[in-house]
Design a protein around this ligand. Structure first.
Ligand code: GRF
Length: 220
């Protein structure tokens, strides 16, 4: 019987990465369980996914709070009340305040649909196509105060194909995200990677993990 790390997931929408984490946690040997899902947007698909999986799902609407700090503090209270050990951002579309990020340092991770540190921010796939980059991908990283920055835990690469549109590249990248995030959470929850002196430090034997994560290249 594995000891499971308690995980909270923050979402703002569709929640397909949340679903990938839910599916991973359904496996008996997976070292994490999701005990709390928070959305800053009401009625989104991700909330329904949590409810279907029997996970407590909460809406904390950012618009109801006078400041970013107070909104973050409300989420923080809920996560701590649920005795969460790790927090996964999964399509969470709010910038977090420094006190929140510092309070969860080393226990707060995000997935971003590019090979960071390239293409931080929004409209990633459009900018990747405009740039002529031939390889894109996704990154799971420890969260630092600056947007889409922080020590990298794992990455997966996908090709950018000549006929790609934003939609086809997004779909290919998303498929890689759905494999990458559970893998990164597994490493984190099992204590095989941790934040140390602003680097992701891997236990011996796991520092090659990122190399295994290249996703298959589907035909265009
Ligand atoms: C994903 O592409 C994720 O990398 C980005 O926002 C998107 C969220 O999709 N941060 P979903 O809500 O997980 O389906």
């Amino acid at each position: 019987m594995v000891t499971r790390a308690r995980v909270g997931v923050l979402i703002s929408g569709r929640g397909s990465n949340l679903q990938a984490l839910i599916d991973a946690c359904a496996k008996p040997e997976f070292p994490a369980e999701i005990v709390c899902v928070i959305s800053n947007v009401p009625k989104v698909e991700g909330l329904a996914r949590a409810e279907r999986a029997g996970i407590p799902a909460h809406v904390i609407a950012h618009a109801s709070y006078p400041s970013r700090e107070l909104f973050d503090a409300a989420m923080d209270r809920l996560l701590r009340a649920a005795e969460v050990r790790f927090v996964c951002l999964a399509g969470f579309m709010r910038v977090l305040s420094v006190p929140f990020v510092e309070g969860w340092k080393g226990r707060l991770v995000n997935i971003h649909p590019s090979l960071l540190p390239s293409f931080r921010g929004l409209n990633v796939h459009r900018r990747v196509l405009e740039s002529g980059t031939r390889i894109s991908g996704c990154t799971v990283h420890f969260v630092a105060p600056e947007l889409d920055s922080g020590p990298i835990i794992a990455q997966a690469a996908v090709p950018v194909l000549p006929r790609d549109t934003e939609e086809t590249l997004a779909a290919r990248t998303l498929a890689a995200e759905h494999r990458l995030y559970p893998l990164a959470l597994r490493l984190l929850a099992a204590g095989l990677v941790r934040l140390e002196e602003n680097r992701a430090r891997f236990e011996d034997g796991f520092d090659g993990a990122a190399g295994e994560l290249f996703s298959p290249c589907p035909p265009n």
